[in-house]
Design a protein around this ligand. Structure first.
Ligand code: ATP
Ligand code: MG
Length: 287
């Protein structure tokens, strides 16, 4: 059973009209006092401390934090794969159904026994979408990710970058209202990563989905995100939330040449540095 509550949101105020201006986009996702404790043997282990967070509709929201601080746990709770131990997560919905989500994981998350085309069509077929509509959507996203001529290939015939492209095509083809991405590019080399960041930005700028994107790379968060949450070392809490002021559409390479880009990366590292050190100390004292 999903632990994610869906609230009706027709006017976009989502219960917080007092704090939000009328022109603000509506809240899409809300964590309210969300806490997650795992039992390790008979000992409780707090992975996420009380988390209070609003993510507005259409935001590209990036999450950075040291290894083990609870980033994946947070996404898994949102996807309904874990239940919060305390508090709740709410997602606004406009219809009767809870919002549709797609998740892109680090590394290989495509089915090795399916062709590129079938992988991209998978979620649409599950939903019983008509064949003609599936064809149109899948062809479109294979085009946008440069995979059209590899439609009949199988994953073992693809490079790592191409496999991640298939994951992205599959996620967007599902037409999710919320897209969850957990370090989708971290296993890729620098060149492939840059190309895929460009492609992701191009597709996202067409669709403006609400995205939660976990990354270890501050550069990547600044390049892609509208807002960045820096988390503390374990147990994970919100350390800072930073707005990214750069206009869209963005060019990954041109952005890197901007002085203000370097300044923002430096500022975010200022928040992160102590947490990374603390996480390292924790690991050493546990090991
Ligand atoms: N099912 C589980 N049972 C017990 N502990 C867990 C479980 N899932 C996660 N944890 C622990 O919770 C903490 C947070 O894990 P999580 O995977 O969310 O971290 P993360 O921030 O995504 O780390 P990384 O950046 O390395 O991916 C870790 O210490 C992890 O060992
Ligand atoms: Mg993780």
């Amino acid at each position: 059973m999903s632990s994610v509550l869906a609230f009706q949101s027709s006017d976009g105020t989502a219960g917080s009209a007092g704090r939000r201006a009328a022109a603000d986009p509506p809240i899409r996702i809300r964590f309210v006092g969300t806490r997650k404790t795992f039992m390790i043997g008979s000992k409780p282990f707090v992975a996420l401390e009380e988390l209070n967070l609003d993510v507005a509709e259409g935001t590209f929201f990036c999450i950075v934090g040291p290894s083990g601080c609870g980033k994946t746990t947070l996404l898994r709770i949102l996807a309904g794969l874990e239940s919060p131990s305390e508090g709740r997560v709410e997602c606004s919905r406009t219809g009767k159904e809870p919002p549709r989500m797609s998740m892109v994981f680090q590394g290989d998350s495509i089915f090795p026994w399916m062709s590129v085309w079938d992988n991209a069509a998978y979620a649409l077929r599950l939903r019983g979408v008509a064949h003609a509509a599936i064809k149109e959507t899948v062809d479109y996203y294979l085009d946008r990710t440069g995979l059209r001529r590899f439609a009949d290939y199988y994953p073992h015939q693809l490079s790592g970058g191409m496999k991640q492209r298939v994951s992205i095509a599959r996620a967007f083809a599902n037409d999710p209202e919320i897209l969850l991405m957990d370090e989708p590019f971290s296993a890729l080399d620098e060149q492939n990563k840059t190309l895929l960041q460009e492609e992701l930005l191009r597709i996202w700028e067409e669709t403006r989905k609400t995205v939660l994107f976990i990354t270890h790379s501050v550069d990547e968060a600044v390049t892609l995100g509208d807002r960045i949450m820096v988390m503390t070392a374990h147990p994970g809490r919100v350390k800072a939330i930073i707005d990214v002021p750069f206009e869209r559409p963005r060019s990954v390479l041109e952005l890197r040449a901007e002085r203000s880009y370097g300044e923002l990366v430096y500022r975010i590292w200022g928040h992160l540095r102590d947490e990374v050190q603390q996480a390292r100390d924790q690991q050493q004292s546990n090991g």
